[in-house]
Design a protein around this ligand. Structure first.
Ligand code: ATP
Ligand code: MG
Length: 753
């Protein structure tokens, strides 16, 4: 997939090439009236990213022209957010309020040119006079005031002689303009309030339309990038700069689509409401889409930037699925964080035949062999496992501990349950078990087969922690009001137990708690006496299924997305593999999906396939063996060294393709090959499993089968042709699965006549 340049970068490159600007200067211009959110991260990523890519500069400017809502606390939050995301603004933080004097001078200049006037009608009249989209507006009679009178009134507005709303300064543009924003827009209004920075120096404050373009000009900004809702303001932006005849180079405004994400809100006003009404614990509540919230929850700046990169820059508004953000953090953490064990719902297990204690060296990255790092796991007679990992009356397909089924304690021993202890109300309170001393992970000679490995912690050495499990803030996809808040967005678990190594690590280390998700120590509430861990994200997207309610029938999924309930989007590398497998190798989407999403399986498959790049039968057979048998084998072997090699799999696939063996026999060979690491050809030879394709050998068997079933033969001749399958099956069975099914099929038809 070729990466195409976004329209902003294309423009910047054109402007540099034509010599319009020597240096690119962008700016991120938030209003300090709330904490920045992930939407702002997109704007930061774009503005700082472009400046960086083209050796330019990006300013951080507080767009602080509204004295009633702004606060230095928000300025700090904005600076923190930019820094945390990994960017550095040019020079000092800038403030529109620092330009108030210059902006005032520009206004006086406009008045002097007759291009602005003081209007004194009330708000309602002004609104009526503006007209509608289909009707031209009417210019106020006050527009006839002389320049001298306008200058005098403007100076007195500044000096605080009038009440709020008594007068405004308006640009004289066009009351009939098709763009309503051009119908004599407001430039200044009276606000008799103090400003958090400028104090009470001012009684008039500039409007966005006037302040923004001129602040950009003052700072030498070249590309003023904003969101789409400012599209119509662009005409005013240009008009003001033109009317003042400002020397080039001048800035131009470009718009991109703002970010919105489902199941959350992204307006500072609404976020403030949640904070003020204590629906959340503060601006940094880990459920909020604020940068401070994401950061406290454990998101990394890399993941947020990656997300911004993946959503791209477009000119059409759309909503991004929140699972995409979750995918970005999973993708970031998966390869780099240590995997440890935490038991959320502890159930005591006493290992009756174990004496003393030991420390087991367990790898932090069991699935990533080349990555070093391990910790000591204390083990003794009493341990805790998760309540969900034991079942007294297991449903079918239950792989964990039961009274009849032993299980492996991850990184440690296999245990077998001997006794289940209940309290008076029948709840299980403890399990008594024995361990198998010769079953230690990595040195298992016990020969006991288990179906899974479960997490556990030592009773004495483990530490109690509080775990905070977060879910989506809103229960509805497009929240309308606070009624739509998800009542289960926070679940607190107070009695979880964690292995001691986690507590000993530095507080900012993120972990994968096996099977439970990715976790981060809460930087605010966590205490040494009571550690608290936030769940950053689950290991898999669990909402995708929940969301498909009967009232919203799910659309047929495009083949690239959903297979097997797995709907996390693929990353670029996985998608490239998927496309290659389906498009060039002709694999089915299910098999391609399995391989593409697992880089180890994919590389195993590609090695086994060797030079083949076309859609051959061989590719399909190899893919099936790897996606099914190899994958299953890896899972069962729990990180034990693989005896299976891609070369052996390749040989096996070739024998299937050349019909040396049947695919049924191939399964049998595979098991031997996987367990003993042996050459499949040898196994075939040794066991006499070579496929029989010679009619001379097969026909006598067919005839015998036919002779043994005269009733079915009669029915077949009576028109029940489905019985062909019966005869073929019988013949294959009679050869022990060694006969070539294609040949058998054809011969049976012939013999049946
Ligand atoms: P909100 O409406 O969420 O309160 P805002 O637009 O009032 O946000 P500002 O502080 O004015 O917030 O925005 C600073 C910059 O961030 C502006 O350039 C704005 O266009 C951009 N921005 C704000 N929200 C988003 C968003 N959801 N997606 C992308 N950019 C955004
Ligand atoms: Mg705004």
């Amino acid at each position: 997939m070729k990466k195409t340049k976004d329209f902003l970068r294309t423009r910047v490159e054109d402007d540099l090439a034509s010599g319009k600007y020597e240096t690119i200067i962008t700016r991120f211009p938030p209003e300090p009236n709330g904490f920045p959110h992930i939407g702002h991260a997109k704007s930061i990523y774009i503005n700082f990213g472009i400046a960086h890519d083209y050796n330019g500069r990006c300013n951080l400017r507080m767009d602080d022209t509204n004295p009633t809502t702004e606060d230095p606390r928000y300025v700090e939050a904005l600076k923190d957010a930019v820094t945390w995301l990994g960017y550095r603004w040019d020079g000092d933080v800038r403030y529109t309020s620092d330009y108030f004097d210059r902006l005032y001078d520009y206004a006086v200049e406009l008045i002097g040119m007759g291009k602005a006037y003081i209007d004194s009608v009330d708000e309602e009249t002004m609104r009526l006079n503006r007209g509608t989209v289909t009707e031209a507006g009417v210019r106020s009679a006050y527009a006839e005031r002389s320049i001298v009178e306008n200058l005098d009134l403007f100076a007195r507005m500044k000096a605080g002689e009038f009440a709020d709303g008594e007068h405004v300064l308006r640009a004289r543009i066009d009351m009939a303009a098709a763009n309503m924003k051009m119908r004599d827009p407001l430039l200044y209004r009276i606000r008799n309030v103090a400003h958090y920075r400028a104090g009470d120096a001012w009684h008039i404050y500039p409007m966005y339309d006037f302040a923004h373009c001129l602040s950009d000009y003052i700072e030498g900004v070249t590309h003023s990038i904003c969101t789409l809702e400012f599209e119509n303001n662009r005409d005013v932006y240009d008009w003001i700069i033109d009317a003042l005849g400002l020397e080039p180079p001048r800035p131009y405004q470009y718009e991109f689509a703002r970010l919105s994400i489902n199941y959350t809100i992204m307006s500072k006003r609404k976020l403030l409401e949640l904070v003020d009404t204590h629906k959340v614990s503060g601006w940094d509540d880990p459920r909020l889409p604020t940068i401070a919230g994401l950061r406290r929850r454990g998101y990394t700046p890399e993941a947020v930037r990656k997300f911004c990169e993946q959503i791209g820059i477009s000119k059409a508004n759309s909503t991004v699925d929140v699972s995409q953000l979750e995918f970005a953090i999973r993708d970031d953490l998966n390869p780099k964080v240590p995997r440890v064990m935490c038991v959320l719902d502890p159930l005591k297990v006493t290992i009756t035949n174990y004496e003393g204690s030991e420390e087991i060296d367990a790898p932090y990255y069991p699935h990533d062999v080349p990555k070093e790092g391990s910790r000591k796991l204390p083990f003794s007679r009493e341990i805790y496992i998760d309540r969900g990992d034991f079942s007294e009356h297991p449903p079918q397909g239950y792989y964990r501990l039961t009274p009849n089924q032993p299980v492996r304690l991850k990184h440690a021993y296999i245990i077998t349950c001997d006794e289940v202890i209940h309290d008076a109300s029948g709840n299980i309170t403890e399990i008594k078990a024995h361990y198998h001393p010769d079953s230690r992970s990595g040195a298992d000679t016990s020969g006991i087969r288990v179906k899974s490995a479960i997490q556990w912690v030592d009773a004495i050495a483990s530490r109690p922690i509080e775990v905070r499990l977060y879910d989506r803030l809103y229960a509805s996809e497009v929240p309308q009001s606070m009624d739509d808040l998800n009542p289960d967005s926070l679940r607190v678990i107070s009695g979880a137990l964690i292995e001691p190594a986690v507590i000993a690590e530095k507080p900012d280390v993120r972990f994968q708690f096996e099977r439970e998700g990715y976790f981060y120590r809460d930087p605010i509430d966590s205490m040494d006496t009571k550690p608290i861990f936030n769940r950053i994200v689950t290991l898999k997207d669990s909402w995708s299924k929940k969301r498909q309610t009967p009232t919203q029938p799910s659309k047929p999924q495009p083949k690239k997305e959903q297979v097997d309930g797995e709907v996390t989007p693929m990353n670029r590398e996985e998608e490239a593999r998927f496309n290659h497998y389906t498009d060039s190798l002709g694999l089915g989407s299910e098999v391609a999906n399995t391989l593409a999403r697992d880089s180890k399986l994919a590389s195993f498959f590609e090695t086994a396939l060797g030079e083949v790049v076309a859609a051959t039968e061989r590719a399909k057979i190899t893919a099936n063996i790897v996606a099914n048998d190899v994958a299953r084998h890896i899972k069962l072997s729990e990180g034990a060294p693989l005896l299976l090699t891609p070369t052996h799999v390749a040989q096996l696939a070739r024998m299937v393709e050349e019909a040396t063996i049947s695919s049924k026999i191939a399964k049998e060979i595979f098991e031997v090959m996987a367990a003993q690491g042996r050459d499949p050809e040898q196994i075939v030879a040794e066991k006499g499993l070579r496929q029989i394709s010679d009619p001379a050998e097969i026909i006598p068997i067919i005839d015998a089968v036919i002779a043994a079933h005269p009733d079915n033969l009669a029915k077949y001749h009576g028109g029940n042709t489905r019985l062909l399958g019966f005869f073929v099956g019988q013949v294959l069975k009679a050869t022990g699965g060694k006969a070539n099914p294609k040949v058998v099929n054809q011969l049976v038809q012939e013999r049946l006549g």
